[in-house]
Design a protein around this ligand. Sequence first.
Ligand code: ADP
Length: 373
Amino acid sequence: MARILMNHVYKSYGKDNLYAVKDFNLEILDQEFIVFVGPSGCGKSTTLRMVAGLEDISEGEIYINDQLINDLPPKDRDIAMVFQNYALYPNMSVYENIAFGLRLRKVPKHEIDLGVKRAARVLEIEQYLDRKPKQLSGGQRQRVALGRAIVRNPQVFLMDEPLSNLDAKLRVQMRTEITRLTKQLGVTTIYVTHDQTEAMTMGSRIVVMKDGLIQQVDTPETIYNFPQNMFVASFIGSPPMNFIHGKLQEVEKGRLEFHTRRFALDIPTGIAQMLREKQFVERYIILGVRPENISLDQIVFDAFPDATFEGIHKTDELMGADRYIHVDAGTETNIVARVNPRNRFQDDEKVKLVMDMNKALFFDRDTNERIMK
Ligand code: ADP
């Protein structure tokens, strides 16, 4: 059982009043797998290290299950950490590496043996227990590091980019292993990564951070479909969301259109109503649309006959199951659409596309916040 509560937490490393983490507020539920994601330097590790007790908290409070832990030494927090560089002892066998923490705490020998073997079984490294770390692959070493964490049966796992040193294929495999493992053990986990795919696939909730500030806390699905602002919208999702600058214009009673210099898109009634209530009519705004919501399909043309536009095909990326086409439609940057790979274009060929306007989002040009009810 571990619930973690962070209350107005700040971290400053120096006297220059620059905060690495600012006003961090978050409640992490028991057994939750929460991911901190954001670009390098946004304060993810600092936040994790404050929970671990490896950094002092400058202001605010952190609780684990109603116990204030600000001044509690790391060893008394009942937390196990897994790092990017596995930090294994090179001269010890896998068995000894996993047992080490328990030995330090004078756990009886037979209990250690049971614990190590159980962890090794869960992680499928039983056959390597006698080996030294250098005789293992990267993935096996990472499993030993995980073994060291789970053998302690902690209340909380803290993981800081644990998969960064693995090759792409192993990373994908270990992603599912780690989520399965933590779920099976029922241990509350905070997982730090700069990789949006890891965040999307692993987190029960995601905390998106930028410049020491939380941008949004939500389930992966909500973050993806309803990002709070343009930063979250562009950081999560690959290829990133398209942003198109334009003006909202009233065309005839009841109809609103989004006008760029080259084309106009009819806005569905519900969204138009919301934009009108928020007083964005006749103002410049930014339309956000994900590449998969721009289409060549007749069925979407039929659904949104007044949301089509033309452009010039510039480049193409064939991804196997999808093709990303980059189209110059006279907007600030080329528009990227994710289409069926059966569609082939010559460079500079004219392309007609349509937007699924029910999936379009609108952002305030001044604040970059999503305009919503
Ligand atoms: P992330 O994990 O998101 O990459 P960090 O938490 O490591 O970011 O860093 C957040 C900010 O704090 C960065 O600007 C970084 O330079 C600064 N920082 C991190 N550790 C220290 C330190 N020990 N001393 C001074 N500044 C630090």
